[in-house]
Design a protein around this ligand. Structure first.
Ligand SMILES: Cc1cc2nc3c(=O)[nH]c(=O)nc-3n(C[C@H](O)[C@H](O)[C@H](O)COP(=O)(O)OP(=O)(O)OC[C@H]3O[C@@H](n4cnc5c(N)ncnc54)[C@H](O)[C@@H]3O)c2cc1C
Length: 490
C-alpha cells in the first residue's frame, strides 16, 4: 500500500505517525515544496544565533496533544505549564490576569470585578457544552452536509446558543467589558473575529482556562522536528523542495501526483497544503471561494539581556470591536492595535545564549499588507513605539529584528494571507467544512490541515489527522485486516 502526501505540515506528520504505528508495512512518501518539514510549525533563526517559534506558541488542549502523541507512539515531548496563563494590559490601564487555578481565578475576578459567580457559571456551563462539542463536532467526521440537520446535532447547537457571537454570548455571564473581551478574544487564535464568530468557538477560552496554557520545551517548532525524526526512523520518505503540480485522477480515483513533470503513482493521496489552494491541483475540480482567516504582522526580536515580560502578554485596546472591524471588514490598519508578546526565554534557556532573550510580537492585521504598505503608514514604527511605551528601554536591547507580513504568509501558501486557514464562520464549520474525504466523487483522495474539519490549531489539526486515518481505515477496511489484494479488489 503506497500513500503520497502533499505537504509536510503537522496534519501530515501526525497522520503519518498514526499510519506507521498502526500499519508498519505501509509505504509513505511526503512531498514538500519547502526545504524542511512542519509548515507553520517552524522556527525563525537569527543571524546572531538563537531561535524562536515562527507561528504557534500557545499550547492549548495539552491533554489531547499528549494523548495523541502517545497514540502515535511519539515519546519524549515535554510540556510545561505556564502560570499565570497570561495577562492582558488594556490601553486605559486595566489589567486582567488569568490564573491557571480556576478557584484562584474566581477569587481574583470577584475581587476585581465582583463577578466571581458569573465566572463560575461560565466555567460550569462551558464544561457541559465542551463535552457535547467534543463528541458531536470535534471528534466526528461528516459524510454529507445534511448530517448537521439531524435532531441530535441541531438540538445541542440550539441549547448551547452556539449561533450567538462569541463576544455577545458572554453577556450571559459577564457585565464587565474587560471580562467579555478577555474571554472572547481567543477566537482570534484560529483567525476568527469574536464579534462575528459563532460562540461554539468561544469554547477555546473556556478550555484554555480549564486546562491551562502550556509550552513545548525547546519551542513548539521542536515538536515538528521530533515528529520528522521519528518518521524518518520509521522509513517514511521525505521529498523536500518538491512542489506537487497536480493530483492525477483516473476513473473517479486518485492515482498519484505530478512533480517536476514526472508522475508518481500511489494507492492513496492526502492533501495537506491549504485546502482552498489544493483544489487547484485536483484534476477536474473547480476551486471554490472561501472566507480566509485574519492576518498577522509578526516581529521577531533577538534581545541583549532579559526583558521584564511573562511568557505571554497581550497589549489590548480599551475596545476591541473597532480593531476587529478595521481588520476584518474595512481592510484597514487599526487606529488602536493589539500586540501579543511572547517571551519564551522566561522558561527556556535552550533558545539562545543564557544571558540573551528571544521575543516575538504578533499584531492582528488586515491581510494583503507587505512591508512597503506597512512602512507607508508608519505602522511598524507605531508598534515598536507601543512596545517601548509598555517596556521602556526595550528597543535599545534589540540586536536583531525579523519581520513577517501577511503577504509573506500568502507567498508561503497560506490562503489569501490569513494565518490560520479558512475563517471559523458558520458556513465553514462542521459538516459544512471540507471533510477528511473532500469529494464524494473521488475515491482514495483525502485531506487534512487547518482548513479541513475540525479547524486550525496544532492539537485540533492533529485531531483532524486522527479523523483522517480512521476514515481511511473505514473506507479501506483496514480494520478487518490489511492486505494489498483486499484493497485492490475493492
Ligand atoms: C502566526 C501564527 C500563530 C499561530 N499560533 C498558534 C498557537 O499559538 N497555537 C496553535 O495551536 N496553533 C497556532 N497556529 C496555527 C497552527 O500553526 C496551524 O493550525 C497548523 O500548524 C497548521 O498545520 P497544517 O497541517 O494545516 O499544515 P501547514 O502548516 O499549513 O503546512 C502545509 C505544508 O504544505 C506545504 N505545501 C503547500 N502546497 C504544496 C505543494 N503544492 N506541494 C508540496 N507541498 C506543499 C507547505 O509548504 C507546508 O509546509 C498559528 C499559526 C500562525 C501562522
Amino acid at each position: 500500500m503506497k500513500i503520497g502526501f502533499v505537504g509536510a505540515g503537522v496534519g501530515t506528520l501526525h497522520a503519518a505517525l498514526l499510519l506507521t504505528k498502526r500499519y508498519p508495512e505501509v509505504e509513505i512518501t511526503i512531498f514538500e515544496k519547502e526545504s524542511r518539514p512542519g509548515g507553520r510549525l517552524a522556527s525563525v533563526d537569527f543571524e546572531t544565533g538563537g531561535r524562536i517559534d515562527q507561528g504557534p506558541t500557545i499550547v492549548l488542549m495539552p491533554g489531547k496533544l499528549q494523548e495523541q502523541l502517545t497514540e502515535a507512539g511519539l515519546e519524549g515531548v515535554e510540556l510545561e505549564r505556564i502560570d499565570p496563563l497570561y495577562d492582558l494590559h488594556f490601553d486605559d490601564g486595566t489589567i486582567v490576569t488569568k490564573q491557571a487555578d480556576v478557584v484562584d481565578q474566581t477569587v481574583a475576578i470577584e475581587r476585581q470585578f465582583g463577578e466571581g459567580r458569573g465566572f463560575q457559571e461560565f466555567m460550569q456551563q462551558k464544561a457541559k457544552d465542551y463535552d457535547v462539542s467534543v463528541s458531536k463536532f470535534l471528534e466526528r467526521t461528516y459524510f454529507r452536509k445534511r448530517d448537521l440537520l439531524q435532531p441530535d446535532m441541531l438540538a445541542p447547537l440550539v441549547k448551547m446558543h452556539a449561533l450567538e457571537t462569541a463576544h455577545d454570548h458572554l453577556k450571559r455571564y459577564f457585565k464587565s467589558k474587560y471580562l467579555r473581551m478577555a474571554y472572547s478574544f481567543p477566537t482570534f487564535y484560529i483567525g476568527g473575529n469574536p464579534y462575528t464568530t459563532p460562540s461554539i468557538y468561544g469554547l477555546i477560552p473556556y478550555r484554555e482556562q480549564e486546562e491551562g496554557v502550556w509550552y513545548v520545551k525547546g519551542g513548539y517548532f521542536s515538536l515538528a522536528e521530533r515528529m520528522y525524526e521519528e518518521l524518518v526512523r520509521r522509513g517514511v520518505r521525505f521529498e523536500f523542495n518538491q512542489p506537487v503540480e497536480r493530483v492525477m485522477i483516473r476513473e473517479g480515483q486518485a492515482k498519484g501526483v505530478l512533480v517536476n513533470g514526472q508522475e508518481h503513482l500511489y494507492d492513496t493521496v492526502v492533501l495537506n497544503g491549504e485546502f482552498p489552494l489544493m483544489e487547484y491541483l485536483v484534476e477536474g475540480k473547480q476551486p471554490k471561494k472561501y472566507v480566509p482567516s485574519g492576518g498577522t504582522l509578526l516581529l521577531y526580536f533577538k534581545i541583549k539581556g532579559k526583558v521584564d515580560l511573562p511568557v505571554h502578554r497581550f497589549l489590548m485596546p480599551s475596545d476591541l470591536q473597532p480593531l476587529m472591524t478595521s481588520i476584518f471588514k474595512k481592510d484597514e490598519l487599526p487606529e488602536h492595535p493589539a500586540v501579543y508578546l511572547f517571551n519564551p526565554s522566561k522558561v527556556d534557556d535552550t533558545l539562545t545564549e543564557v544571558d540573551d532573550s528571544v521575543v516575538y510580537a504578533l499584531v492582528p492585521s488586515p491581510r494583503g499588507f507587505d512591508r512597503d504598505r506597512y512602512e507607508a503608514h508608519g505602522f511598524i514604527d507605531r508598534i515598536l513605539a507601543k512596545i517601548e511605551q509598555h517596556l521602556p528601554g526595550f528597543q535599545s536591547k534589540v540586536t536583531e529584528m525579523k519581520i513577517r507580513t501577511p503577504q509573506d504568509a500568502q507567498d508561503f501558501g497560506l490562503y489569501e494571507g490569513g494565518s490560520f486557514g479558512i475563517a471559523p464562520t458558520i458556513r465553514q464549520s462542521a459538516a459544512l467544512k471540507t471533510q477528511a474525504k473532500p469529494y464524494a466523487d473521488i475515491e482514495r483522495l483525502y485531506a487534512v490541515g487547518a482548513s479541513v474539519h475540525p479547524c486550525g490549531g496544532v492539537p485540533i489539526v492533529m485531531m483532524g489527522a486522527t479523523l483522517l486515518v480512521n476514515r481511511m481505515e473505514q473506507e479501506m477496511r483496514w480494520k478487518n485486516g490489511y492486505s494489498d489484494e483486499r484493497i485492490s479488489g475493492m
